[in-house]
Design a protein around this ligand. Sequence first.
Ligand code: FE
Length: 299
Amino acid sequence: MKNQSTENSSTKSRTIREIVTAIATREGAGFAVRRPFPTKSLSLVDPFLLLDHMEPVTLAPGAAKGAPDHPHRGFETVTYMLEGHFVHKDSAGNSGVIGPGDVQWMTAGQGVVHSEMPDEELLENGGRLHGFQIWVNLPAKEKMMAPRYQDIPSANIPIYESEDGKVWVKVIAGKSMDKEAVIDTRTPITFLHVKLQPGASLSQPIPPQYNTFAYIVEGKGCFGNEGLAAETDQLVLFENDAENVFLQASENEPLSVLILGGMPLSEPVARYGPFVMNTQNEIVQALKDYQSGRMGAIN
Ligand code: FE
């Protein structure tokens, strides 16, 4: 089924640079995440700074944890939920709930203080939780832009489905097949959630200049021009040597994968916790601005 035709008639797919296994760590007030990067072996995939996978869990009453009030400056946080609800509030007076299938694309720009907490239902009664957070860097000229929110309910996010039902692609950013995302990104980015039925495959064109990876949410498959095997919690980092990203589900189980590609910024990265700037001086300034209350506070 390697037939998603493109204007580029080349049949070669991107080869694989590296396959990385996510490490288990804790974030916020102590919720468990799987993190393929940043780690010792992979610090970033420019322009992507971080990928956290809140793995599917069933939480007991009182066990749900979130990320209480904290600042961000210089980049974007993207939250994509699959199960459970998170409530967010911020220093600009915005608030909302992100539920299954929804995406929140927050451009922190010059700075916000926000909280990201499980909703009351999940806190009190427990329940299912599964989701992702991705950090996308901003170019130097946009690091101090005014904060911006895009809260996109699942129903508004375009989905491609093949006629035989074997290929499902949710187009969160960029394009796939005839579907174009509704989310506006500051730099060129493709963000797709792909589900393949057993044995099904996809060849997804992504501009060769984009740094691109696939993160396996669930299942097993083979990837890239070489057809290397990878499975749940692994990240396949592709070379920039072709347009098509090839993936195929194993014969006996479906495959769920996030595909992210972005035009690299190729700028210096200075990062300290929730601040990502270009220089150490800008980090010091961000700390000062936060400590003096210039990023605001949540009411
Ligand atoms: Fe945050």
